[in-house]
Design a protein around this ligand. Structure first.
Ligand SMILES: *[C@@H]1O[C@H](CO)[C@@H](O)[C@H](O)[C@H]1NC(C)=O
Ligand SMILES: *[C@@H]1O[C@H](CO)[C@@H](O)[C@H](O)[C@H]1NC(C)=O
Ligand SMILES: *[C@@H]1O[C@H](CO)[C@@H](O)[C@H](O)[C@H]1NC(C)=O
Ligand SMILES: *[C@@H]1O[C@H](CO)[C@@H](O)[C@H](O)[C@H]1NC(C)=O
Ligand SMILES: *[C@@H]1O[C@H](CO)[C@@H](O)[C@H](O)[C@H]1NC(C)=O
Ligand SMILES: *[C@@H]1O[C@H](CO)[C@@H](O)[C@H](O)[C@H]1NC(C)=O
Ligand SMILES: *[C@@H]1O[C@H](CO)[C@@H](O)[C@H](O)[C@H]1NC(C)=O
Length: 670
């Protein structure tokens, strides 16, 4: 009897839990002000929930994914009258490893499946892989909070919100801003600031409109949305879908959190109660009162232990990270900085002092203790001992280059596996930030034209006015730095050479940046002054048009700036290519000159491009740039027509630059 009763009991239990489950599955909405025990979340990857209810999607481990999905599928009926509309809002925070630099971001995701075992970690926000990116069979809608600009995915800035349908290439995107009702204007937000922010996503099935609204948690939902994307989700949302978050880290990392989440399938999602959300770790004011006493009890022995360990580590560290100084460096004495000074200047290479991360390594801001001089210190990792002597010789010789439009190299310091290069500090950062990001003010034409002329004269100095020819090899807006008065200065000259001293001399690596590489450079791998002029042409167009040389890299619908400008020019409307943010406020003659000169420098035949000397003459008005030849095959990426000859060239003195000047001090194998 007891057994029968017990099994009946068991059956009832089973039945009840079945009903509960069924009820739960039918649930149309939920609200979590913090994720406490009852939160029905399935975690995946490195995601975890803190005891205080904070959902942490990623930590500082590189190339990792963290996901959290609501455990039960949500019914998005497609065959029935029931609509596909939904509404959700959540509060997130991304706390970077390094000042403002982290990755990759968070995506609110609606997906047919929560099995992502086939997916790659980095770059696809943990949602897609190489082969299925863009496939209709993915059935994934994601709203991405993306903090790493990926040209492959046509990302607009390093700080944007995008609507992704089955693909990492966003259907719609916008730089992270919010509309301030009070001030009546858009205000930029830094997604990586570490501060909590609120995102609302609403889909109206009747209007087929997806709206996304962003704001700091300190204000209520703004009246105007950041994105309003007309989108038909009927092919994307299946009858039963999972909702949740996916997040990934790359080489740079950040803690990525969700503090609270509200979702509703049958009406507007309730707003979160911001005041009851769990606090972020490390924010002041969370500490329990008793903790102070306990910590002081532990503190004394701890300090002793720390001192002992610290001393040991110091001795060991000195050995391991000691400055490397060899005899041959004697002659460079004055260019040599002591590691100790650089360490002090950068507060021990503290992450808060990082002002950039480039292809070569991190750049720190510092103040030399002796002179109060502001400096920028670039840490370049360099493992090969071979070639170091030559490289340092080049560095030092570059330190002797002096020009008002070159970022001054002050000196260097060498350590095992690492080279530190010390430059003048440029308070306004790089030009690309002004051209493409909302954070910096727009530059007017007068400022832009002055920067162009400055950079041209800096490059002319490198090519023709110093005792030897120096190739830059990576001219682009992000290598142009601006001083306090917004004067343009070329940085990183000759540094591309570092790659050539690499370990494997067999592989000739083309140095430079896609979009700025002359066609012959990709063929021959040989950099010349002509290839620098080509890159300078791309730079001219970049500044005049406010667009990157290639937008949507890797896509069939990508825009190649040179081709587009050439098209406008052929139609007789070259000014159509000018940056709309200039709002027509420019000297027509000047901007026309810059656009045409940009095309001219991008001539597919190297010898047909002007020299930097001629470029400077044109910009200064000392020589006339006659009409460009109506030769559609000459510019940009077209390389078919090799017949256009020298006599049709549009500059006054048709003497091409002689080949000999390409002999550079930076020649291999000195
Ligand atoms: C991140 O989390 C994972 C899983 O919890 C753990 O294995 C890893 O050590 C963590 N990484 C860091 C840097 O804390
Ligand atoms: C359509 O709706 C009816 C009730 O309105 C329901 O019985 C049926 O299961 C639904 N069909 C689908 C495919 O959702
Ligand atoms: C996820 O999918 C893979 C195949 O892609 C399969 O091998 C694996 O068993 C699935 N995992 C779960 C938990 O369903
Ligand atoms: C990519 O994901 C799809 C499933 O969406 C899977 O069939 C395919 O094998 C994956 N490809 C790779 C290279 O992992
Ligand atoms: C999203 O964009 C892709 C191409 O970029 C297009 O094929 C697709 O139809 C778009 N999806 C929607 C739902 O608009
Ligand atoms: C604010 O931003 C939105 C979305 O990017 C844009 O559509 C709108 O024009 C902007 N409004 C103002 C006043 O700048
Ligand atoms: C969902 O919307 C309905 C209709 O407006 C409302 O009654 C319900 O409380 C909402 N639920 C949640 C969890 O927001």
């Amino acid at each position: 009897m007891a057994i029968v009763l017990r099994s009946l009991h068991f059956l009832i239990l089973l039945y009840v839990s079945y009903i509960l489950l069924a009820l739960a599955q039918d649930e149309k909405g939920f609200i979590y002000n913090g994720f406490h025990d009852q939160a029905n979340l399935g975690l995946d990857g490195i995601a975890e929930i803190h005891p205080n209810g904070l959902l942490q999607l990623t930590n500082l481990s590189q190339e990792q994914v963290g996901r959290a999905f609501y455990q039960f599928p949500i019914k998005f009926s497609t065959t029935n009258s029931s609509s596909l509309s939904f509404s959700t809002n959540f509060v997130f925070a991304m706390v970077p490893e390094v000042n403002n630099l982290g990755g990759h971001g968070i995506a609110f995701t609606i997906s047919a499946s929560t099995n992502f075992t086939h997916v790659l970690a980095s770059g696809y926000l943990g949602l897609f892989n190489d082969s299925n990116n863009g496939h209709l069979t993915n059935h994934i809608l994601a709203i991405e909070l993306d903090t790493v600009p990926d040209p492959e995915f046509e990302d607009i800035t390093e700080n944007h919100v995008g609507v992704d349908v089955n693909s990492m290439i966003s259907n719609e995107s916008a730089p992270a801003t919010y509309f301030s009702n009070e001030e009546g204007k858009n205000i930029s937000l830094d997604l990586m600031s570490g501060n909590p922010m609120h995102l609302w996503i609403d889909y109206d099935d009747a209007e087929k409109l997806l709206t996304v609204t962003l704001a700091p948690t300190t204000i209520p939902k703004p009246d105007r949305a950041l994105l309003s994307a007309p989108i038909d989700l009927s092919q994307i949302l299946l009858e039963s879908m999972y909702v949740g978050f996916s997040s990934a880290t790359g080489a740079v990392t950040s803690y990525q959190y969700i503090l609270g989440w509200s979702f509703n399938k049958s009406g507007p999602a309730q707003s979160l109660d911001v005041s009851s959300l769990p606090p972020l770790p490390g924010k002041k004011g969370n500490e329990k009162p008793g903790l102070a006493i306990i910590s002081s009890l532990i503190a004394v022995p701890l300090v002793l232990i720390t001192v002992v360990i610290g001393a040991a580590a110091y001795i060991w560290g000195r050995k391991k990270y000691e400055e490397v100084r060899e005899d041959w460096e004697e002659e460079y004495g004055s260019h040599r900085f002591s590691y100790n000074n650089l360490r002090k200047a950068t507060k021990g290479f503290k992450d808060t002092e990082v002002i950039g991360i480039g292809g070569f390594g991190k750049v720190y801001m510092g103040i030399l203790p002796s002179s109060n001089l502001q400096i920028a210190v670039k840490r370049v990792s360099h493992d090969s001992r071979q070639g170091m002597k030559e490289f340092v010789a080049e560095i030092v010789s570059m330190g002797r280059l002096r020009h008002r439009n070159l970022v001054q190299l002050l000196g260097y310091c060498r350590r095992r596996g690492e080279l530190l290069l010390v430059y003048d500090y440029m308070p306004n950062g790089s030009l690309d930030k002004f051209l493409y990001s909302n954070e910096k003010p727009n530059l007017n034409w007068v400022q832009r034209f002055r920067i162009i002329r400055g950079v041209a004269s800096g490059l002319l100095y490198l090519h023709e006015e110093w005792e030897q020819v120096v190739l830059h090899r990576d001219v682009k807006a992000s290598n142009v730095l601006l001083d306090a008065e917004l004067n343009g200065k070329l940085g990183d000259f000759g540094l591309a050479k570092l790659y050539d001293h690499g370990t494997n001399p067999q592989t000739t690596r083309v140095v430079g940046t896609v979009g700025y590489l002359a066609p012959e450079l990709t063929r021959t791998g040989r950099a010349t002054t002509f290839t620098d002029v080509y890159a300078f042409g791309a730079f001219l167009l970049e500044v005049a048009c406010g667009r990157k040389p290639i937008e949507g890299l890797g896509l069939p619908e990508r825009v190649i700036l040179i081709d587009w400008v050439a098209k406008c020019w052929r139609k007789g409307h070259i000014l159509d290519a000018s940056d709309p943010r200039l709002e027509g406020n420019y000297m027509v003659k000047e901007i026309e000159l810059v656009l045409k000169l940009g095309l001219f420098c991008s001539h597919s035949k190297p010898a047909a491009r002007p020299s930097m000397k001629q470029v400077v003459q044109f910009l200064d008005g000392d020589a006339d740039l006659r009409e460009l030849p109506y030769d559609s095959a000459s510019f940009g990426t077209y390389t078919s027509n090799e017949s256009s000859d020298f006599t049709s060239l549009p500059f006054s003195q048709a003497s091409g630059p002689s080949m000999s000047i390409t002999d550079s001090i930076l020649r291999d194998g000195r």
